[in-house]
Design a protein around this ligand. Sequence first.
Ligand code: DX5
Ligand code: ZN
Length: 215
Amino acid sequence: MKEKKRKVLVAPSILSADFSRLKEEIVDVEKGGCDLIHVDVMDGQFVPNLTIGPCVVQSIRKTTKLPLDVHLMIVEPMRYLREFRDAGSDWITVHVEATKDLRKTISLAKKTGAKVGLSVRPRTPVSRLYPYLKDVDLVLIMTVEPGFGGQSFMEPMIEKVRDLRPRFSGLISVDGGINPETAKIAKEAGADIMVAGSSIFKEKDRKKMIHLLRK
Ligand code: DX5
Ligand code: ZN
């Protein structure tokens, strides 16, 4: 059977942007042809770092028409789903490890009207996702330990993408250590969305880098 060609989407992670010029940074990657803006939300508990909350998402919302792909690295995300949605999140991804009631979390996330994603950190087996695949739009495979930008890609995580691809018709995203070389490996395994922070924002020519990540 002929394999359907999947379109590769590029999602710059603003974690590596210059926060003092956040609007210009977002405008720059939008002009560079990216597809989504990836927003990393961290609570200092689920991961040892703190980033931004709904009011910053609300400000980001005003800077772009692109979908906001909000990655919640927070404990019991159901407490904040409504706020993040009202702030303008289009996609909301939660971690399977972050909640005691994943079914309820997914159901509440869907009720907000957002597209819903599930993520696994490196040490979590991909089989944890199986019971929920038919209920979500996106799966985000962490290819670094969540918490910080600029870490090295963990290639063994690509096995999770390979495992999921024939089981899941939604979008598969990879996040962490993505550069043109690792993006190629992820695409070949069946990933649709390349989340990339440092490789895009450290580069002067964002358009060129976005093109290389998509190619
Ligand atoms: C890490 C975040 C990533 C991070 C990726 O916890 O989820 O989105 O910004 O950064 P790079 O691309 O630099 O590895
Ligand atoms: Zn992320």
